[in-house]
Design a protein around this ligand. Structure first.
Ligand code: S3P
Length: 174
């Protein structure tokens, strides 16, 4: 980390299963920054899991909740937070600008095989439920790549790295 700089927020973006949550925890422990897991905050506010929110209110409503939360964080001019986002946060243009305003944005990039492996173990991902999940994941990932690239200050290729190594890589270039 460059010395003399005000510690900023670190914002983790990337597709589902790219490791945002685990890398977020790792950075939180190492830096002592507070940890904001956006999905978890939304689940807490709504009192139900993400899958239920999608089911009962729809994806558009969930996207509004995400944007609202980003706005709130941008307004509270707090730094020293690790912010783990949901994989779809970059789909909204207004969010992409806000992310960069919030802090140092890091794109965790994982190979599709890794993503499929990780997401198949977890059912709370409404966009990847059902039989053609692998194909949908590929399509979504390709569609979102330009948005992740556009929003990020740093891209980290996580292939073959564990969360501790990814965290070290981020801290070395932050
Ligand atoms: C989503 C990713 C999820 C969650 C929701 C939608 C997406 O977060 O926000 O299921 O559109 O990619 P994770 O990236 O933490 O799985």
């Amino acid at each position: 980390t460059e010395s003399g700089k005000t510690p900023k927020n670190i914002v983790l973006i990337g597709f589902m299963g790219s490791g945002k949550t685990t890398v977020g925890r790792e950075l939180h422990h190492r830096l002592g920054y507070s940890l904001v897991d956006m999905d978890a905050v939304i689940e807490q506010r709504e009192g139900r899991p993400i899958a239920k929110i999608f089911e009962e209110k729809g994806e558009a409503a969930f996207r509004s909740m995400e944007s609202q939360l980003l706005h709130e964080m941008a307004e509270i001019d707090d730094s020293r937070r690790i912010i783990s986002t949901g994989g779809g946060v970059v789909t909204q243009e207004r969010n992409r600008a806000l992310l960069r305003q919030l802090g140092y944005v890091v794109w965790l990039h994982a190979p599709i095989e890794t993503i499929l492996e990780r997401t198949s173990r977890n059912r709370d991902r409404p966009l990847l439920n059902g039989p053609d999940a692998a194909e949908r994941a590929r399509v979504l990932l390709e569609q979102r790549k330009p948005w992740y690239a556009q929003s990020a200050h740093l891209k980290v290729d996580t292939a073959g790295l564990d969360s501790a190594e990814v965290a070290t890589g981020i801290l070395e270039s932050a």
